[in-house]
Design a protein around this ligand. Structure first.
Ligand code: PMP
Length: 444
């Protein structure tokens, strides 16, 4: 896939190893942030001479900037097949801000529905914003971390029409599982609840169709971040029905969100302007649009297939390394390329140091901001967790996560496997070599 690799800035970047020699960096931490595309940089360069304030100035460049900004909403909607009659695209800072915004907006609606059904597998971004505004209940998972559709339906029945929203991740940032979002949508709608899909991990790795096959299956709200889909940090998206954003106050208040302000009264603008107070991040939106166009030209179904083949290749070989423990069902079909694992006898904090120092490979470890899910997958009780919080010098448990992008290749995975094999055979040597770099008891 050399052609695909050529799309990526820094794919051949040299970095130093622990012995001082240089090696080409290998990024297996795509679930945290993906690298930037050349097409994104090119588009930003082309746009830069036209850079000007959005919606404020009457100058020519300001009009060009505003037009590009507005057209970007259309590109985003087509990318995820959102209903252009019904939905709006709100540009935000990231998924976290999108979900906080939605929680604020929904909390203002006058309704008897006070329950949010979240799931046991959510990132903190799709858990904490709901907690202080609604009654939150988790849909259960099974022993391999897969969402229980049966429990979802049971809970919807038990709450008798009082569930406002089922809030579920499209793909897990820990296990990679793709949830059956249209099936979940159909069940939620049957019980008069809506559905939010946290698309941070799903949108960059598989095709998304908000409309679904029929109205029961449609996705009401979708949130995602540019920095996980080959554009830089700082911009994100919230999509949902325009009607829902017309009532109440906006989450962030200030210029740009208003039609008229008197000393006593505020007349808010129409959504999406109402929800984008302050000067918007036009460069971030231009970058996101460019990234979407490139991903579309590669094809989201191709991206899914390429990454799944890398995943299957890595899993089938990791399985044969003595002491590897997976924290997901490694044979699940509906999954993006995220592998949570540990190597017995090697602390999860030190393994990334070894992979980086020996071969320039980047992975992440810890709880991945998805604490309740990791606690469950690791089998930790509340008592265990309290113990670790109190004992500063104990090693806090966690796991290691390798996550692939479409530009990664088999040679990189072979390198990763060869370090794991060497490590499995000679743990003491590598642990001693890197133990000085280790900082204890961090939870991430
Ligand atoms: N949801 C999921 C599933 C994620 O993986 C992440 C990022 N790790 C987020 C939400 C939050 O994204 P951001 O930090 O861009 O707001």
């Amino acid at each position: 896939n050399n052609n695909l690799r050529n799309l990526i800035i820094g794919a051949e970047q040299k970095i130093p190893l622990s012995d001082g020699t240089d090696v080409t960096a290998i990024n297996f931490d795509n679930a945290a942030t993906t690298p930037i595309l050349y097409s994104v940089l090119k588009e930003i360069n082309q746009f830069a001479p036209w850079y000007s304030s959005v919606h404020r100035g009457a100058g020519y460049k300001s009009k060009v900037s505003s037009d590009i900004y507005e057209q970007s909403r259309d590109v985003v909607q087509s990318f995820v097949n959102s209903d252009k009659e019904r939905d709006i695209v709100i540009f935000t800072k990231n998924t976290t801000e999108s979900i906080n915004m939605l929680s604020f907006v929904l909390s203002q609606q006058k309704s008897h529905q006070k329950v949010i059904l979240s799931t046991c597998m959510e990132h903190a971004a799709n858990d904490l914003p709901w907690r202080n505004k609604f009654k939150v209940d988790y849909v259960e998972i099974d022993s391999l971390g897969r969402l229980s559709i049966e429990d979802l339906e049971n809970k919807l029945i038990r709450y008798r029409g009082n569930v406002k929203l089922v809030s579920v991740t499209g793909a897990s940032n820990v296990t990679g599982y793709l949830n059956p979002i249209h099936k979940i949508a159909a069940i939620a709608h049957k019980y008069d609840a809506k559905i939010l899909v946290d698309g941070a991990q799903m949108v960059p790795h598989t095709s998304v169709d908000m409309k679904g096959f029929d109205t029961l299956e449609h996705i009401d709200y979708l949130a995602f971040s540019s920095h996980k889909m080959y554009a830089p940090f700082g911009s994100g998206v919230l999509i949902g029905p325009k009607r829902d954003f017309e009532e109440g106050n906006p989450f962030v208040q200030g210029g740009g969100a208003i039609r008229l302000v008197t000393p006593r009264h505020v007349e808010w603008d129409e959504p999406a302007g109402k929800d984008e107070a302050g000067t918007p991040n036009i460069m971030g939106v231009v970058a996101l649009t460019a990234a979407i166009k490139t991903l579309q030209s590669v094809g989201m179904d191709n991206i899914y297939k390429i990454e799944k083949a890398l995943y299957d290749y890595a899993i089938s070989r990791m399985k044969n390394i003595p002491g590897i423990k997976f924290y997901s069902d490694p044979f699940k079909e509906d999954t993006i390329s995220v592998i949570p694992f540990n190597l017995e006898g090697v602390y999860h904090h030190i393994l990334p140091l070894i992979l980086s120092g020996e071969a320039g490979i980047a992975v992440r470890n810890g709880f991945f901001c998805t604490h309740p899910y990791c606690e469950r997958l690791l089998g930790l009780s509340e008592e265990d967790l309290n113990h670790y919080l109190e004992e500063d010098d104990d090693l806090f448990p966690g796991m290691v996560r390798a996550s692939f992008g479409f530009y990664n290749n088999y040679k990189e995975i072979d390198k990763f496997l060869s370090i794991l094999r060497k490590l499995a055979e000679n743990k003491e040597y590598y642990i001693n070599k890197y133990s000085n770099d280790l900082s204890l008891n961090q939870i991430k």
